[in-house]
Design a protein around this ligand. Structure first.
Ligand SMILES: O=C(O)CCC(=O)C(=O)O
Ligand SMILES: [Fe+2]
Length: 332
């Protein structure tokens, strides 16, 4: 270290000598002007350059620092933008498929049920399972119910099985009021049951289950989402969750969308949060059905709706016959 400093001192001295002998060759006024400039430059260097660090070393350390900052920025950007649109609103998909390894707990549980023993978990998205008029009938059923109540926050639900309907900050039972207990016709209920059955068959086929292995379970419900500020926790639909943890009886979750992302509402895309630090989104499209195993392999959330109205039905299936729920029926 000391010998290094000595070397630098002698190098500085010889550089000074050289510059003095060169300047003596020039005329006197030039020399005095240059000297002034050189002196002030030298002063500047003395003031601001850290003692004992060569200019080349400074440049190198700056370059290393800048490269480090650049690498951090690139890595952060890469981590942030790790999101892909798995199924977009514009495309019509016969079937989009993504196999997944089941979470350990889910795999252990589902294998207890004979007809449900699956090797692989996963997710499917299918368009074209329903005709426009069937979808409008389903939407009509929901809107009829919404005349009698809706949430004061951003999420309203109607459960045609239990009769639960959002009203203000609470829920009412639409079947407990004689005026509303039979607002849906037999043919409307038949459309609802048919839609459920179409989806049940698709889940059985896609996941390779035995016929009759899965049953409708609770909660199965219509949902309406808007950008109204949340009033209660029931309005906060945007939290990442695993359905099996939120609703214990679920083994397969299906979602039937009744409105279009982009044109009828903004925000509100469905997001799978995957372990590979990748988010895969499904953009809702009227008639689109999303089906997935309800375990930890399918952590998900719904983005906040930023405008318009989003309509969907969450239809849940269980492998446990003890948790099956009956179809809705006309009440006397
Ligand atoms: O409506 C959706 O797209 C998803 C709703 C959901 O995650 C749920 O009901 O558990
Ligand atoms: Fe969910």
């Amino acid at each position: 270290m000391i010998s290094d400093l000595k070397q630098r001192n002698s190098a500085t001295k010889s550089a000074l000598k050289q510059s003095t002998s060169e300047s003596s060759k020039k005329n006197v006024s030039d020399v005095s002007d240059e000297k002034k400039t050189a002196n002030s430059k030298e002063d500047g260097k003395k003031k601001f350059r850290p003692m004992g660090i060569k200019k080349e070393d400074q440049l190198w350390s700056r370059a290393v620092l800048m490269t480090g900052v650049l690498v951090i920025v690139i890595v952060m950007k890469w981590r942030k933008t790790n999101e892909i649109t798995w199924v977009s609103q514009q495309e019509t998909v016969a079937k989009a498929k993504q196999p997944l390894i089941c979470s350990t707990a889910f795999h252990e549980e589902i294998n207890k049920f004979e007809g449900c023993a699956i090797k692989q978990c996963g997710r499917f998205v299918m368009d074209g399972l329903f005709q426009e008029d069937q979808l409008n009938t389903l939407l009509g059923i929901f809107k009829k119910g919404l005349q009698f109540g809706h949430s004061s926050g951003g999420a309203s639900i109607l459960d045609l099985h239990s009769g639960a309907l959002s009203k203000g900050e609470r829920f009412i039972n639409i079947f407990s009021n004689p005026e509303t207990k039979n607002i849906w016709s037999e043919s409307e209920l038949a459309s609802y049951i048919n839609a459920k059955e179409t989806i049940r068959q698709a889940v059985i086929e896609n996941f390779g289950l035995q016929l009759g292995a899965i049953h409708l379970t609770s909660p199965t419900f219509f949902s309406r989402m808007t950008d109204n500020p949340a009033k209660t926790v029931h309005d906060e639909y945007w939290h990442p969750h695993v359905d099996k943890e939120t609703y214990e009886t679920f083994h397969f979750t299906s979602l039937l969308y009744l409105s279009d992302y982009g044109s009828e509402f903004q925000g509100g895309r469905f997001v799978f949060v995957d372990g590979d630090n990748m988010n895969r989104t499904v953009e809702p499209r009227k008639g689109r059905v999303s089906m997935f195993t309800s375990g930890g392999e399918n952590l998900h959330y719904v983005e906040k709706v930023t405008g318009g109205t989003r309509y969907a039905i969450t239809i849940a299936f269980t492998c446990d016959a003890q948790h099956a729920i009956p179809d809705p029926h006309v009440r006397n």
